[in-house]
Ligand binder design. Structure first.
Ligand code: GDP
Ligand code: IMO
Ligand code: MG
Length: 420
């Protein structure tokens, strides 16, 4: 068996959580492989809404095991809050949620360092979610991290204090006020809550599961344009968001990766700072933001909106080796008489059909205009139900990317999904 992957092809919030929830009944195991509580994955079913930050989106399916993999960074406070919220629904997480021993812990001082860094950057700030992601991955790469496997060590408190002391020294160089005392108390309570869960060796667990013929889906967080290597650096997150991250994040070989589902919105959004060639500052941008309810699921910030960017999409399809596309939120375009897609960029008179190193104000998207379908597509069940204009749009994207669109989401609810 091979592990399938579902990951974002834009700047996050493509609807990953919704689709992972839809696909979960087809899988034995759903695993997060990177990122942390910066993610906000929204699931809607039976008139209930859940936003998951750390726990994989297969958690509401009875027979699915959910794993937080090695490549994730975990804040015990947010984790404890999330389990409490889910357990209120009657689900017993002790049985279907496993934690990988190499998962790194986000300390209260990582959150402060994140805030202090952003404060120092002023107008140049990344627009981080403030969850301590950057400083935690910095400690991982710097070989200073605390990991879930450490929580059972007798020495854990000392290890915590050593790292905290180093952070406090660094924080003295910033002009930044903070008080972690309350958060720290909650953090240690969260550590105790973690001990309830089975802690696994991720690599042995996943490789054994594959040998036994178990079906695994790796759930990406963020989107490829936020990837530390391939994204719009420095306005990125600090993890490997791409399909390559599944290997390091779960401990499996590249040859063990199966289907790569790449998910994208029929337009594009971004939260936080950084370049965005097709960003709209007119009524169309406002309309996408309003009808699409484009507010960050983690921070509540308004998402910046723009037309679909094919240069970026083709780039992220290529990096990830996407084998199947998933398109979400095309229902939002139903409200438009016409809408646009950027086919390539221009800089002066030069055509640019690749995603450039530097995206500055000289990079101008060149658009193709599409006639809208102006009909509600929420109740469509098959391709035959779609208006012609919508089918033409689907064919166009498939031709441009060279990858078939296999799933179309026409609304936020679990039920509003068409598997083609
Ligand atoms: P994720 O981070 O990729 O899981 O995405 P988010 O949950 O942050 O943002 C996606 C938002 O769009 C959520 O509010 C979803 O409920 C909603 N959503 C997902 N798919 C669709 C869709 O096809 N149509 C509409 N209208 N909303 C959708
Ligand atoms: P999901 O999984 C959208 C963005 C932040 C910021 C940058 C760095 O819900 O798609 P960080 O806190 O990681 O240091 O922030 O990345 N960002 C996201 N944007 N969706 C996300 O996750 C994001 N996670 C981080 O807004 O611009
Ligand atoms: Mg999100």
């Amino acid at each position: 068996m091979k592990a399938d992957v579902l990951l974002g092809l834009q700047w996050g919030d493509e609807g990953k959580g919704k689709i992972v929830d839809v696909l979960s009944p087809n899988y034995d195991i759903i695993a997060r492989f990177q990122g942390g509580p910066n993610a906000g994955h929204t699931l809607i079913f039976n008139n209930q809404k859940f936003v998951l930050h750390l726990i994989p989106s297969g958690i509401f399916r009875k027979n699915t095991i959910n794993v937080i993999g090695d490549g994730v960074v975990l804040d015990p406070v947010i984790f404890a809050e999330e389990i409490e919220q889910i357990e209120k629904t009657g689900i017993n997480l002790s049985e279907n949620l496993l934690l990988a021993e190499k998962t790194n812990l986000i300390l209260p001082t990582h959150r402060i360092l994140d805030a202090a860094n952003e404060n120092e950057l002023g107008n140049a700030k990344i627009g981080s979610t403030g969850k301590g992601i950057g400083p935690t991955y910095t400690d991982k790469i710097g070989r200073n991290a605390l990991r879930i496997g450490d929580i059972v060590s007798e020495d854990f408190k000392n290890k915590y204090n050593d790292l905290k002391t180093r952070h406090l020294k660094r924080l003295k160089t910033y002009n930044f006020d903070f008080d972690i005392s309350e958060y720290e108390k909650k953090w240690f309570k969260g550590i105790e809550k973690l001990k309830r869960f089975k802690i696994i060796n991720s690599s042995y667990f996943f490789n054994k599961a594959l040998i036994e013929g178990k079906k695994i889906l790796a759930e990406g967080a963020q989107g490829t344009l936020l990837d530390i290597n391939s994204g719009t650096y420095p306005f990125v997150t600090s993890s490997t968001v791409t399909s390559a991250g599944v290997c390091t994040g779960l401990g499996i070989a590249p040859s063990k990766i199966g289907e790569v589902y790449g998910i994208f919105k029929a337009y594009i959004t971004r939260v936080g700072s950084g370049p965005f060639p097709t960003e709209l500052f007119d009524g169309n941008g406002e309309k996408l933001q309003k009808i699409g309810h484009e507010y960050g699921a983690t921070t509540g910030r308004k998402r910046r909106c723009g037309w679909l960017d094919l240069t970026a999409l083709k780039y992220t399809v290529q990096i990830n080796g996407v084998t199947a596309l998933i398109m979400t939120k095309a229902d939002i375009l139903s409200e438009f008489d016409t809408f646009k897609v950027s086919e390539y960029y221009k800089s002066g008179t030069c055509k640019i059909d690749y995603f450039p190193y530097e995206i500055n104000e000289n990079i101008k998207p060149v658009y193709k205009t599409f006639k809208g379908w102006k009909t509600n597509i929420n109740n469509c069940k098959t391709k035959e139900d779609f208006p012609k204009e919508f089918n033409d749009f689907i064919k166009y994207i498939e031709k441009q990317t060279g990858v078939p669109i296999k799933i179309i989401s026409t609304g936020a609810d679990r039920a509003e999904t068409i598997i083609l």
